[in-house]
Design a protein around this ligand. Structure first.
Ligand SMILES: Nc1ncnc2c1ncn2[C@@H]1O[C@H](COP(=O)(O)OP(=O)(O)OP(=O)(O)O)[C@@H](O)[C@H]1O
Ligand SMILES: [Mg+2]
Length: 288
């Protein structure tokens, strides 16, 4: 008898959760949501499974998700294994011809297919591509000192819209092609921002391994303004891997994205919490 009561309560709670989600489901019906899944946010198989399930649910309720992934830790591991030594300029790896081949192998091969497979195992219909496919991302060299690192100069999102139409979930590896046919590695945050701007996305979610952008006291700032980002950057509180994220957020907003959220991708159901509940998660930067 007791067991049945507990069960009843669970089902009622589940029904209530679904009911409470209705206004959010309506708000995001047919919305475009670009999700940067950082190499550091990718956990073990269970975490990957949970991420994939959230994405499939999102698509099932009418959102058009696009995944853009990172893979820094996996690239470093493979470069080590292959004993490819890199030069560093001011703490940044120089991507020479041998390195960019490994970068492409790891991003388009290992990491991209792991995500595609995880989504499809949850009943989704994911298609893996890189910025090279259908000329999605044409790049120029960011800085000759850094080798084959590119900045997106032209994004052609037509292929993504066609995949939305076909109810497929695009999973994009952050590589682009140069005008002379070179392969460029693009920072995952930058690539996600450029794609989000080209699609005029409703939301850009940057999933990382911290719960948001922290201030000088180490507390997460839940709403960030352009001015606040500038101050935190100038005082060095925003540093390292957070710099391309906040820069991307500002560029994406300027490019027509409605809001950018920086949040912890390892937290359970991070994307659902952000999109479909009152609670929200991480740090949000809104347009105007
Ligand atoms: N003010 C700040 N608030 C929060 N994190 C910060 C801040 N300044 C620097 N960081 C660092 O930024 C890191 C996130 O960027 P990082 O590039 O390491 O991960 P990622 O972009 O999610 O993964 P990848 O680069 O592999 O795709 C955090 O782990 C943290 O150490
Ligand atoms: Mg990073």
């Amino acid at each position: 008898m007791k067991k049945q009561t507990a069960m009843n309560r669970d089902w009622i709670a589940t029904a209530r959760t679904l009911s409470e989600a209705l206004p959010f489901l309506q708000r995001y019906d047919d919305a475009v949501v670009v999700i940067k899944f950082g190499g550091h946010a990718m956990g073990d198989d269970t975490a990957m499974e949970s991420f994939a399930r959230d994405i499939v649910l999102m698509q099932q309720v009418g959102v058009n998700p696009v995944i853009v992934h990172g893979g820094g830790p996996m690239i470093n591991e493979m470069l080590d294994k292959l004993d490819i030594k890199s030069e560093f300029v001011k703490g940044k790896r120089v991507t020479d011809a041998a390195t960019v081949r490994v970068v492409e192998m790891v991003l388009s091969g290992l990491v991209n297919k792991r995500i595609v497979q995880a989504i499809n195992a949850q009943g989704g219909n994911a298609v893996g591509l890189s910025g090279k496919d259908a000329n999605l991302m044409i790049c120029t060299q960011t800085n000759p000192d850094l080798g084959f690192v590119g900045t997106p100069s032209k994004v052609n999102p037509k292929v993504l819209r066609q995949l939305f139409e076909a109810e497929m979930i695009p999973v994009v590896a952050p590589l682009g092609m140069g005008e002379a046919g070179e392969t460029f590695n693009v920072n995952g945050d930058t690539a996600a921002g450029a794609i989000a701007a080209a699609l005029k996305a409703d939301r850009l979610l940057l999933l990382t391994d911290v719960s948001g952008v922290k201030d000088d006291k180490g507390e997460v700032v839940t709403e960030l303004t352009v001015d606040h980002i500038r101050r935190l950057t100038e005082s060095g509180v925003i540093a390292g891997g957070m710099i391309p994220k906040t820069e991307t957020a500002l560029d994406a907003i300027a490019g027509g994205v409605r809001a950018v959220v920086i949040l912890d991708g390892r937290a359970p159901n991070a994307c659902l919490l952000e999109l479909f509940t009152e609670h929200g998660a991480g740090s949000i930067i809104r347009a105007g």
